[in-house]
Design a protein around this ligand. Structure first.
Ligand SMILES: [Zn+2]
Length: 113
């Protein structure tokens, strides 16, 4: 389950931020999870609670936002909003779409004490 290692990355980023900015508790974490990131939000929530134990974000609430994904057609150059990897181009029907946004996972905001 790669959500576990993603949560470990998130924890490390939060810990680094905590030492840099001098906060000791995180109440809430906002994540942006691209719809094409292959991340299961439920698995992420589960992993989050487990992995954050003993860190500054122990017990923090997790808010997951899913922004729209965008891809550009390699055949005709058209950009479009896509829901799935391998969605065909709405303009020409080619399935050679290159994802330009929506396959990433990032921390968008932290509520700290
Ligand atoms: Zn196209």
């Amino acid at each position: 389950m790669h959500e576990m290692s993603l949560c470990e990355n998130i924890r490390d980023i939060i810990q680094e931020q905590a030492s840099a900015d001098g906060f000791t508790r995180v109440n809430r974490v906002w994540l942006e999870v691209g719809p094409l990131s292959c991340v299961e939000p439920e698995a992420l929530r589960f992993g989050f609670d487990v992995v954050m134990r003993g860190s500054v974000a122990e017990g923090a609430a997790l808010e997951i936002a899913t922004p729209a994904a965008e891809a550009r057609c390699l055949a005709c150059g058209q950009s479009a909003t896509v829901q799935h990897l391998y969605d065909p181009c709405p303009n020409c029907g080619t399935v050679k779409m290159q994802v330009t946004q929506g396959d990433e996972l990032k921390i968008s905001k932290l509520e700290v004490v």
